[in-house]
Design a protein around this ligand. Structure first.
Ligand code: FE2
Length: 170
């Protein structure tokens, strides 16, 4: 896994602006940074189990998508990201913009990541039952890697301390 992590970081460094964006997120919201690393590790393991390890190039590309899935949160103020308690309607609307913001940002800086990879960023808050955002996609309308993210996100939520988990839903 350590080698794969290094390879994903190297892949990021091949993309002008990507590595800077990731480390800016470290400063902007440390919780999101640690969550992104967890998602990257768990998603990479699960994806490798599902698609096998023959397509190493795709696995690396997917690693970039999983690692940067929340990069759109750079556009949200720390006051909202770090708010204790429930978000009001306006704050929640701000939160819901981050998948599309992240998709635009990653598309801009990725220099040729496949659409399947950038869709991870756009679809990472969609839910199988259609209750997610930004589009309320259902079932197979959500890409397979977006669905893997949903599983991993729940696992990360269940295994993290309730004290460190930030509110992101009403
Ligand atoms: Fe997110």
């Amino acid at each position: 896994m350590a080698n794969t992590t290094v390879e994903a970081i190297n892949k990021l460094m091949d993309k002008p602006g990507a590595i800077e964006s990731f480390f800016q997120l470290t400063v902007h919201d440390y919780y999101t940074y640690t969550h992104s690393v967890h998602v990257y590790i768990y998603s990479s393991v699960l994806t490798r189990e599902i698609i096998g390890d023959e397509n190493e190039a795709l696995l690396k590309e997917l690693g970039v998508g999983f690692l940067l899935h929340d990069i759109g949160k750079k556009g949200i103020s720390p006051e909202i990201l770090n708010k204790k308690g429930k978000l009001d309607d306006d704050e929640w609307e701000e939160i819901k913009k981050h998948p599309a913001t992240g998709y635009d940002l990653l598309t801009e800086i990725s220099g040729g990541l496949t659409e399947e990879v950038t869709q991870i960023v756009l679809q990472h808050h969609e839910k199988i039952d259609g209750s997610g955002y930004p589009k309320g996609l259902k079932e197979i309308d959500i890409g397979r890697f977006g669905r893997i993210y949903c599983i991993v996100d729940v696992y990360d939520a269940l295994t993290q301390s309730a004290l460190t988990r930030k509110p992101c839903r009403k």
